[in-house]
Design a protein around this ligand. Structure first.
Ligand code: PLP
Length: 383
C-alpha cells in the first residue's frame, strides 16, 4: 500500500464509547450502529468487523450499496438495515439476503410485497411514519390504506420496525417540534396495535435523542456519531454534564489522522510562501511540507488557520492548503526532519487536535468533516 496519510481506528476508544452508550440507554433497547457515510469516514469495511468484535450486532446504512459493503464485511450474524434509498430493482437482493429496509411510500411497499410473494420469502420491513420532520414517511392521509395493505399481506413481510426520525433533537430550540413528534408517533403506534400490527422494534432515537430524551429509547436506538466519540452538538454535551454533575467528557475519539513530513526548507525574510502573495515571511523561517491537501479531505478553508502536531508541538499552516500538500511553520522546532510524524487529527505527546477545532475553523460540522475523508486513505485498527 502506498499512501501519504493514514487513519487510525482505535479499538479501546470504541469499547469505551459503546460502554457509555450501554450505560446511558440501559439494557432494554437494542443498539443499531449507524454506519452511513462510510461509517462517518471510519471506513465500513474496517469498522463493521471491529464493532462486531465489540458486541454490536445491528448496523444501519443509507442505501443498498452501503448495505452490500456492510454485508460483505460482517463476520458474525449481524443484521443490516437500509434507512434511505433502495431501488425497487434492488429489493430482490435485499429480501434474498435478509436485509431490512425502511418503507415510507406505497410504491416501495407494493414492490416489496410483490417481490416477496414471487420469491416465497418475507421482506423485512421497517415502516416509517411522518411525524413532523417532513422528509420521508407515511402521513395521516395514507394511514388507513397503509394499515389495510399491511393487514392484507401479513404473510409476505416481517414487521421488524415502526420508525420515525426526529427533526433536530440536538438543539433545545427544537423542543416543541420534537415533543410533538414523539406524541404523534405514540398515537400512531397505538393505532397500529389496535389493528393487531405489532412491530418487533419501535425506534425513533438517534444519538442526541437517546441522551437528551429518555422516553425516546423504546426498543431500539440508532446511534451514529456518539459511538465514534463525538457529541451530536455542544449543547447535547453540556446538557449531559449538567444532568450528571460532571465536566468530564466520557467519550473518546475513535479516529486519528496521521501523516509524515515530506520535506523541510528555510525561507528568507520578505519572501512569499506558496501560491500567490497571501503569506509573506516576516522573519527568516523554517517550513515543512506535508503531503496532505484538500484532495485528501483537508479543507481548503483551513488555509492560514489550521494547525497540526509535530514533535508534540502545535504548528501553524502557512499559506493556502493545496490540492495535495500543506505547508507549516516549524521555526520553533527546527530539529524537525523528513519522515517525522505529523498528526492532523488526534494526540501526540499530550497535545491534541480535535475534529471540533478543525470543524470550527473550516465551518464544517463534525459529521461533515468526518464523512469527507476519502475512501482511499487506508484505515488501520489500533488495538
Ligand atoms: C444518521 C441517522 C441516525 C444517526 O444520527 P446520529 O446523530 O449520528 O446518531 C439515526 N437515524 C437516521 C434515520 C439517520 O439518518
Amino acid at each position: 500500500m502506498f499512501q501519504t496519510s493514514i487513519l487510525h481506528i482505535n479499538r479501546h476508544a470504541l469499547v469505551n464509547n459503546l460502554e457509555f452508550i450501554k450505560k446511558t440507554i440501559g439494557n432494554k433497547p437494542r443498539m443499531s450502529s449507524v454506519i452511513k457515510g462510510n461509517a462517518y469516514g471510519h471506513g465500513i469495511e474496517v469498522f463493521v468487523p471491529l464493532a462486531e468484535s465489540c458486541g454490536v450486532d445491528h448496523f444501519a446504512v443509507f442505501n443498498a450499496d452501503e448495505a452490500l459493503r456492510a454485508h460483505k464485511s460482517i463476520k458474525r450474524n449481524s443484521d443490516i438495515m437500509i434507512m434511505g434509498m433502495i431501488d425497487n430493482l434492488e429489493l430482490e437482493w435485499a429480501i434474498e439476503n435478509r436485509i431490512e429496509f425502511f418503507v415510507f411510500e406505497f410504491d416501495r411497499l407494493f414492490a416489496a410485497i410483490e417481490k416477496a410473494k414471487e420469491m416465497g420469502k418475507k421482506a423485512r420491513i421497517h415502516v416509517e411514519l411522518e411525524t413532523g420532520m417532513n422528509r420521508t414517511g407515511f402521513d395521516e392521509s395514507e394511514m388507513e390504506q397503509l394499515i389495510n395493505v399491511l393487514k392484507a399481506n401479513r404473510k409476505h413481510f416481517e414487521f421488524v420496525g415502526l420508525v420515525t426520525h426526529l427533526a433536530g433533537a440536538e438543539s433545545i430550540a427544537n423542543y416543541t417540534r420534537i415533543t410533538s413528534q414523539i406524541k404523534r408517533y405514540k398515537a400512531y403506534y397505538k393505532r397500529f396495535k389496535r389493528h393487531g400490527l405489532k412491530p418487533k422494534y419501535r425506534h425513533i432515537a438517534s444519538s442526541a435523542a437517546s441522551v437528551t430524551y429518555p422516553d425516546t429509547r423504546l426498543d431500539m436506538v440508532r446511534i451514529g456519531i456518539l459511538q465514534y466519540g463525538f457529541w451530536p452538538s455542544p449543547e447535547t454535551f453540556i446538557n449531559y454534564t449538567v444532568k450528571n454533575e460532571t465536566n468530564i467528557d466520557p467519550l473518546q475519539r475513535v479516529l486519528s489522522w496521521k501523516s509524515r513530513v515530506m520535506s523541510t526548507k528555510y525561507v528568507n525574510t520578505g519572501e512569499f510562501i506558496g501560491y500567490g502573495t497571501s503569506y509573506i515571511a516576516k522573519n527568516n523561517m523554517k517550513i515543512a511540507c506535508i503531503p496532505v491537501g484538500y484532495a485528501h479531505g483537508y479543507s481548503r478553508s483551513l488555509s492560514h488557520q489550521g494547525r497540526v502536531l509535530i514533535n508534540g508541538q502545535r504548528v501553524d499552516i502557512v499559506g493556502v492548503v493545496n490540492m495535495n500538500m500543506l505547508i507549516v511553520k516549524i521555526s520553533d522546532i527546527p530539529e524537525t526532519k523528513k519522515g517525522d510524524e505529523v498528526v492532523l487529527i488526534g494526540h501526540q505527546n499530550g497535545s491534541e487536535i480535535t475534529v471540533a477545532s478543525f470543524s470550527d475553523f473550516s465551518n464544517q460540522l463534525n459529521y461533515e468533516m468526518l464523512t469527507r475523508l476519502p475512501k482511499e486513505i487506508p484505515r488501520i485498527v489500533e488495538f
